[in-house]
Design a binder for this molecule. Structure first.
Ligand code: SAM
Length: 271
């Protein structure tokens, strides 16, 4: 795998005969089989792949052997690219190599900054395409048997970021806490105490909560409790990011679904 120097020189000069283009590709939540056929075709046809930390690197096996593969995500102790550098890299590589695939965890348009990247490259006349992905917001609870909606339990769900651009908790969490919807919080582990306080103020201390770390991956871990107990459960189980927080009555439905999944597996209906 070829590695890039951290700082890429700006060079918008057209070096390739190939048409410069960008395809944003949703890599799914972590299980490498939870990806679309269209996404695999895009990876296969890429001249350059820029990938994030949350993608399963097994997916890079689909890449052409001549493709340049560049990690642009954040990992502890590693150089991490700023969004501006990633934007510039997309443009320079599209112009020099042709087809750039931007491989992002889950769905690129759900807290993935995918729209920003498209806005940026359009200024340079680069065609862009989008392959939607299976978002962790839905797949991770589903993998634990949690239905985000269920008749009699939940009529809607909110997907909220726990941490905003200014590193504060999203004001939408307080609005959501007043609703009867299922609440799915991404990037919320650093704000768990604040989330618990907000729901407690709404007298929802007994509301069920699930936390799933590394959902759909082999190292998936989870904790189940209520608003009143979840902080202790997280501490005892040492749960941390990347994790999804699911708050709502539907979390109670998990056991029933889990037994259905088991039955399906036993009957070998699914592999
Ligand atoms: C920047 S957001 C990207 C979300 C992504 N675009 C999606 O649709 O899944 C990253 C956050 O998504 C959540 N996340 C992504 N993959 C996850 C997984 N496999 N298990 C648990 N949480 C995950 C975590 O809350 C993580 O901090």
């Amino acid at each position: 795998m070829k590695r890039l120097k951290p700082i890429e020189q700006k060079n918008w000069r057209m070096l390739s005969e190939k048409t410069p283009r960008l395809t944003l590709v949703g890599a799914g939540p972590g299980d490498p089989e939870l990806i679309t056929i269209k996404a695999i075709k895009a990876i296969e046809s890429a001249d350059v792949i820029l990938y994030d930390a949350l993608i399963n690197t097994a997916l890079l096996e689909y890449a052409n052997k001549d493709a340049e593969i560049i990690f642009v995500g954040k990992r502890k102790g590693c150089y991490s690219y700023h969004q501006e550098q990633i934007n510039e890299l997309i443009v320079s590589r599209a112009k020099s190599h042709g087809h750039v695939v931007r491989l992002k965890g889950g769905d690129p348009f759900i807290f993935g900054r995918g729209a920003e990247e498209i806005d940026f490259v359009r200024q340079f006349g680069i065609e862009s395409y989008m392959v939607p992905g299976i978002s962790s917001a839905m797949a991770v609870p589903a993998n634990q048997g949690i239905p985000l909606t269920k008749r009699g339990a939940s009529e809607s769900f909110w997907v909220i970021t726990g941490t905003t651009k200014s590193h504060k908790i999203s004001k939408d969490v307080a609005l959501a806490a007043k609703s009867t919807a299922t609440i799915v919080i991404l990037m919320g582990m650093g704000k768990l105490k604040e989330i618990v306080r907000i729901f407690s103020e709404e007298k929802k201390g007994n509301l069920p909560v699930a936390i799933v770390q590394n959902g759909t991956r082999k190292d998936e871990q989870s904790g189940f409790g209520t608003i009143n107990t979840i902080c202790d459960i997280v501490k005892n189980k040492k749960l941390s990011s990347p994790a999804i927080i699911v708050i709502g009555e539907v979390v109670e439905q998990r056991a029933k679904l889990a037994s259905i999944y088991k039955q399906v597996e036993t009957n070998k209906i699914v592999a």
